[in-house]
Design a protein around this ligand. Structure first.
Ligand code: CA
Length: 152
């Protein structure tokens, strides 16, 4: 199947340029619900992102000890604890504090968003996640990091 213009444009937005192989941007999805994981893959992968999964805090820590994502999508309610614990760890780490973290939770009730900000999360999404919101927030966070890199 030939590649559509839309597909090329979308991949360009995700970090690739036509005719030049650029590595895919990697999103680590820390999420224990299989349906939510599938949704995240279904939204991000067609746009050119590569999605890695961790279903627990322990799995996320193990993955992060080996690899570095461009962005972390963080569920706050995980089987082995509060996602904000991981956010605090990463934001206190001089090597990894610049990795953007987008918190996701089913609860829109205060003080969850405030707690996420306090823990250092860069963005926040309410579940059920809407594709347009996820794509916009991911793009916004990655742009912010890129601008900071260029400025520094
Ligand atoms: Ca969960």
């Amino acid at each position: 199947m030939s590649e559509s213009t839309t597909g090329r444009r979308r991949r360009a937005a995700a970090g690739e340029t036509a005719g030049r192989a650029v590595r895919h941007l990697i999103v680590l999805a820390v999420e224990d619900e299989p349906l939510n994981r599938r949704l995240v893959h279904a939204i991000l992968e067609p746009e050119g992102y590569r999605v890695a999964d961790a279903t627990t805090l322990a799995a996320a820590r193990a993955w992060l000890s080996r690899e570095r994502p461009d962005l972390i999508l963080l569920d706050l309610r995980l089987p082995d604890g509060d996602g904000l614990v991981l956010a605090r760890e990463l934001k206190a780490d001089p090597q990894r504090y610049t990795i953007p973290i987008i918190a996701a939770t089913a609860s829109a009730l205060s003080p969850v968003p405030e707690a996420a900000v306090d823990a250092g999360c860069d963005g926040f999404l309410i579940k059920p996640i809407r594709p347009a919101d996820l794509l916009a927030e991911v793009a916004r966070q990655l742009r912010r990091v890129r601008d900071a890199d260029n400025a520094g």
